[in-house]
Design a protein. Sequence first.
Length: 222
Amino acid sequence: MPFSRAVGPAPAETDELTANMVGIGMNFAASASPQPNIEDTLFYTSVEAIEKPDLRVLAVLTTWFGIYAKWVNADRLTQIVANEKSQRVRAFWSALAHFCRKDPRFARLGRLYSGTRQDLLSSGTDFQIMRHGEDQRFAGSPLRVPGNVLRNRLKDVLPATELARRHHAFRYRVIIGPGYRADMWAAIEADPTLSVAELARKTYGSFATAWRVKRDFAILRP
């Protein structure tokens, strides 16, 4: 049975969130947190960037998602966003799902916002779009973003080869696939003493999946 906790506790301070961002491969001038949860970090980064707003963080988040979406646990991310009350945050994630619409895993995420299109900027959107057009990553999505607002620089994001070396759960997602099982393998490798229930809670997965991972780990690592 899946555990009901949809999202982990919010970072206590902005510095903690920034460290988590760096920990999943966003290149900010800060030390990285060790092994932060990927979907928790994406969600809280989006809330920070949309509600503050912080266009610099939003730009890096969007670039990150464009590169790493294939390794995101779409089911987990959808569960988190579905519990979010902010329509702007939901519109942002529906817009990113539209950007990744060729990946059917994000179809449910894309349906979480059904209102009218929202402007990313609080003012001047029509003028900026008239001058610079729309950011093509968001064209036709629930979010209107002028083309000159969010920079898209690959150097703002860690290469996948380097992130796989640093982040154990990401490495297992590359090997196994972007699901709960991959995160469980990373977690139990880091702490073999975890019980089945602890493993499931730590990774937000089901007890059944955690039991199988614990069993298989015991076979390979007696």
